[in-house]
Design a protein around this ligand. Structure first.
Ligand code: ADP
Ligand code: MG
Length: 563
């Protein structure tokens, strides 16, 4: 079984294709969303909600939003350890993989992983490597908007359709224009704002809270900031079915609060909402499509659950968006459908996905400099960046000298005018009949497919002789050896065992509540935590399960009381 994974900046999900269609696989805590957060405690790796809780207590031992640095050299410091974005992502993937294996009762070795449409080759490769580090083969990467469109079943429509995918995640905003033509689903344009997301709508509340209570942000500890953030996030979500919310938080030893109505909140969000317009306009302009020609608006990302955003969207598009799927689950579901297509399952109609090639592919040529002189080393584009793929383009190259016997074709990737600044992917030599300069020629055809496989064919025009090379663009930059070595280096880090996850999460919550409370409540927490720890020490399943139920209920009561 091939699974589909949405490896998000804020949240990650894993899905599979069941007899009833695509389905999200709940994680070990029973949740659909796993926060893309990794924490390291000694040799134990914490992922998701547990890592988030852990980060409330030990902010410098966890990393989040690392997807932003995917494919870069940046190292994240977690306590003593240093890890790259792809390695942190590998832990998230491994966590999801383990949960899926438990849930499906079989081992999972292959996945389709989604990435933002604007991710370049480097970032796509880093995503593939993250999969491989987690023990997953990733032959296919799918663009997030394409996946979302597939999840909405838009590819099953028979008529040609144009749609706009509106994705507001935690820290990113992406707009994509897609077009379905016959059974080809094409990404026509992408635009976005890499620094606008649901989190900004939380910050608005945090800032208001600080301002009203006359608190200077610089004077707060990292922990206090985390606590305010936590409360603001909770309140933001309450706006879904409340006209006003209250944020309460203990700073120093004082309880501070903020009462804010939906109307006031909307006003505070005005400048953020304005920022949404630009990428929408740019994507339409790039695709040469007018807003009135868009048949459907597809909502993606948890941020689109915010009522403030919903009403803005209706105003902006003068149309109600499709929202029959949970916006934060659409991408994972689409990736699972794509996985089923890859497996050629009968239930799914195959659709050809296109994407845009994010870089230029070309060759090296010499250009005439007058009086028979040539200057070599110039780049000659064949498939230009942002060309819709799969794509095939042919260019003709001529001999430079009399009696030239060979034409050498370099295959390059990059944007520089000079070949040496671009990346050499491969080369090919072909014999040509002796003739006068410029009388012999070859047709060079580049065919680039959705799996990043580049086929280069060279054909001698005069005699029809052909030669071909395949260049696998997705080859790992790390060699198998290096990859194995890194896997071994990381293997001592073990993801927290599944059966302990819930216990650990509850204890961390207890620790946090202990820090936030005082007096009797604090004493009570101390007793309850000790009781639970004593139960854990018995190592008896029944005893632990009973104690967990009681402990969870007690913590919930305290949380409710503090709200
Ligand atoms: P990403 O694509 O970055 O992984 P998601 O699609 O999971 O992110 O969206 C995460 C964002 O959605 C967060 O900023 C979160 O606050 C926001 N969000 C999730 N649920 C709600 C809700 N009910 N109301 C408001 N915002 C929400
Ligand atoms: Mg997302």
């Amino acid at each position: 079984m091939i699974v589909g994974i949405d490896l998000g900046t804020t949240n990650s999900l894993i899905a599979y294709y069941s007899d009833e269609g695509a389905k999200i696989i709940p994680n070990r805590l029973g949740k659909h969303l796993t926060p893309s957060i990794v924490g390291i405690d000694g040799d134990t790796v914490l992922v998701g909600e547990t890592a988030k809780e852990y980060g409330m207590l030990y902010p410098d031992r966890v990393a989040d939003v690392f997807k932003r640095s995917m494919g870069t050299e940046r190292k994240y410091r977690l306590g003593e350890k240093e890890l790259m974005a792809e390695e942190l992502s590998a832990f998230v993937l491994k966590f999801l993989k383990e949960d899926a294996e438990k849930y499906l009762g079989e081992s999972i070795t292959e996945a389709v992983i989604s990435v933002p449409a604007y991710f370049d080759e480097k970032r796509r490769k880093a995503t593939k490597r993250a999969g491989e580090l987690a023990g997953l083969t990733v032959e296919r990467i799918i663009s997030e908007p394409t996946a979302a469109a597939i999840a909405y079943g838009l590819y099953e429509k028979n008529k040609n359709t144009k749609f706009l995918v509106f994705d507001l995640g935690g820290g990113t905003f992406d707009v994509s224009i897609l077009e379905l033509f016959q059974n080809i689903l094409e990404v026509r344009a992408v635009a976005g704002d890499n620094y606008l997301g649901g989190e900004d709508f939380t910050h608005v509340l945090e800032r208001k809270f600080l301002e009203k209570n006359e608190i200077e942000e610089e004077k707060l500890t990292q922990k206090e900031l985390a606590a305010i953030h936590f409360e603001a996030e909770k309140c933001k979500r309450k706006f879904t079915d409340a006209d006003a919310v209250d944020i309460k938080c203990t700073i120093g030893s004082e309880e501070k609060q903020l009462h804010i109505s939906l109307k006031e909140y909307e006003i505070l969000c005005a400048s953020l909402l304005e920022k949404i317009r630009k990428p929408v306009q740019r994507s339409l302009a790039d695709a040469h499509i007018r807003l009135s020609e868009i048949d459907e608006i597809v909502l993606v990302g948890g941020g689109t659950r915010l009522p403030v955003i919903r009403s803005f969207i209706v105003k902006l598009f003068k149309k109600f968006p499709s929202a029959n799927i949970n916006p934060d689950e659409a991408v994972a579901l689409g990736a699972a459908i794509q996985a089923a297509m890859k497996e050629r399952r009968e239930e799914v109609k195959e659709v050809i996905l296109t994407d845009v090639c994010s870089f230029t592919l070309g060759t090296e040529v010499s250009i005439p400099r007058g009086n028979g002189q040539f200057e070599s080393g110039h780049f000659f584009p064949i498939i230009e960046r942002n060309t819709v793929i799969p794509a095939s383009r042919t260019e003709r190259l001529y001999t430079l000298h009399d009696n030239q016997e060979m034409i050498h074709v370099n295959v390059l990737q990059g944007e520089s005018r000079f070949a040496e600044n671009n990346l050499l992917l491969g080369a090919l030599d072909i014999r040509v009949p002796k003739n006068k300069a410029g009388e012999e020629a070859v047709d060079v055809t580049y065919t680039y497919d959705i799996n990043s496989l580049l086929e280069v064919e060279v054909k001698v025009v005069s005699n029809g002789e052909k030669k071909k090379v395949y260049i696998k663009g997705n080859e790992n930059e790390m060699s198998m050896e290096q990859m194995k070595q890194r896997m071994e280096e990381l293997s001592y880090l073990k993801i927290q065992p599944k059966d302990q996850e819930e216990n650990r999460l509850l204890l961390l919550k207890g620790d946090r509540l202990y820090e936030e409370s005082t007096g009797d409540e604090r004493k009570l927490l101390e007793i309850w935590m000790n009781e639970f720890e004593a139960a854990l020490a018995t190592r008896e399943h029944g005893v632990i399960a009973d104690a967990r139920r009681v402990f969870a209920k007690r913590l919930q009561e305290i949380t409710d009381r503090m709200d």
